[in-house]
Design a protein around this ligand. Structure first.
Ligand code: ASP
Length: 443
């Protein structure tokens, strides 16, 4: 089968193919925008991006089910489950609080909101107020429910209906973990065929990821071309450059300094090995703005290229994609303070510490889909007494920042998975740098 026609083209490493697809998408989008081909892009190009994302989302729930059951069942007993669970959740919390803190320091030092003139602010608020209203409304509905609503929401009353929407991943995770615990507690002989079935299912789904990724260069081309055509006017971009720069600076610190340093010092894995491993997942996160859609590739890269044993990735990463959003929490903290600055408010230390808590919780509650972080931002604003309509100020640049924060979300999950694996003696050697890729296996 190695003489499949595409195999010659696919020799180029995956991340290069994705990068070329992205660059070509942006170039084509700019050209199309100039030539007025907006209709052509939305009718004939965008659908391929949508199909690509749909394919990835299509396997998200089956992947979580198969991988988590396999992960829990492979743990051996309940004490292993609680020690891995404890480390995972603990590290996720620490990394989120660290991210929020870095965000708050950056935005206080740079103070981008103070650069906005009264006039610009009014213009933007008027331009986007109707969109802002609908976000505020949705977020308020979430906020008005009782204090334990979040807990209730984790426990589904019907697994089929929970698994029918990608937004209910936490409910599916709950059921699957519960199922896994049952599997650990029954007679080993009876558990064996159930385990074997989910093991096989897991392999099938990982193979599907390989197949879907063959289309990644085309998928990201289509996604970026349509994104460029749909972008709002340049004026607003300039007005918000300081704010966006701040978010990008904070996110950049996390990706290029914090994670690699932590990984190096705790596991010994080098900078090159780290990025060689997680790079393609970062590019996909950037193109899709969705940690959930990126999850299959994140799992594959962390397992096959960073040396983390499958029993760790299959447990730590699906949970991380759902609850660990370092990039989102960092962005939410910066956005909240930026809006306050733009409205001329001074936030006290107490209020900012409150933002650390609410941003941590809001990022846990944010779904791993495009734009979710902005929805939850409303709750942080309300809690800190900042006018909610202020999110209108940041609409224009939200999508590019969503792309960047999703990269951080995914990288944070991979970092924690690697550290958890190291602490449990389940970190093998990473693949050599030039080892690429899945295509040989697919063919
Ligand atoms: N798009 C982000 C993610 O999927 C969530 C967000 O910040 O909007 O990770």
């Amino acid at each position: 089968m190695s003489d499949w026609p595409y195999i010659g083209v696919m020799k180029l490493a995956l991340h290069w193919q994705i990068l070329i697809g992205m660059a070509a998408g942006v170039a084509f989008g700019l050209l199309a925008a100039n030539l007025g081909w907006d209709g052509f892009i939305s009718d004939w190009i965008k659908p391929f991006g949508t199909i690509f994302i749909n394919m990835l989302k299509l396997i998200a729930i089956p992947l979580i089910i198969a991988s988590l059951i396999t992960g829990v069942a492979n743990l051996g007993d309940l004490s292993d489950l609680s020690s891995m669970g404890g480390r995972t959740v603990g590290l996720y919390l620490i990394s989120t609080v660290l991210a929020v803190t870095i965000g708050l320091i950056t935005v206080n030092v740079v103070a981008p909101g103070k650069l906005i003139s009264e006039q610009t602010r009014e213009e933007i608020v008027t331009a986007y107020s109707s969109e802002a209203d609908s976000r505020v409304e949705k977020a308020m509905m979430q906020k008005e429910s009782g204090p334990l609503q979040a807990l209730i929401d984790v426990v589904p009353s019907n697994i089929v209906s929970a698994a029918s929407s990608n937004r209910n991943m936490l409910q599916v995770i709950f059921f699957v973990m519960f199922f896994g615990v049952g599997l650990l507690l029954i007679d080993k002989e009876k558990a064996a065929p159930v385990k074997a079935f989910f093991d096989g299912l897991n392999d099938v789904i990982l193979k599907l990821v390989d197949l879907i990724m063959l289309a990644a260069p085309v998928g990201v081309f289509a996604l970026l071309a349509s994104l460029v055509v749909e972008s709002p006017s340049a004026d607003l971009f300039y007005a918000l450059l300081g704010y966006a720069g701040c978010v990008v600076l904070g996110l950049g610190l996390m990706v290029f300094v914090v994670y690699p340093l932590v990984i190096k010092s705790l596991t010994g894995m080098g900078y090159g090995q780290f990025f060689n491993g997680i790079g393609p997942a970062q590019l996909l996160a950037f193109s899709t703005s969705s940690s959930a859609a990126t999850l299959p590739l994140t799992m594959e890269r962390v397992t096959e290229h960073m040396g983390v044993k499958e029993e760790v990735t299959s447990f730590v990463l699906p949970i991380g994609a759902t609850i660990n959003m370092d990039g989102t929490s960092l962005y939410q903290a910066i956005a909240a303070v930026f809006i306050a600055q733009a409205f001329g408010m001074e936030l006290s230390l107490g209020t900012q510490l409150g933002i650390v808590v609410t941003a941590t919780l809001a990022s846990i509650g944010s779904a791993a889909v495009p734009g979710a972080g902005m929805l939850m931002l409303v709750i942080i604003l309300a809690q800190a007494g900042i006018p909610e309509a202020g999110i209108a100020l940041i609409f224009a640049v939200d999508r590019p920042l969503d792309m960047c924060r999703t990269v951080v979300n995914v990288t944070g999950d991979a970092t924690v998975a690697t550290i958890v694996a190291k602490s449990l003696g389940k970190l093998g050697a990473p693949r050599p740098k030039n080892w690429d890729d899945n295509y040989a296996e697919v063919a």
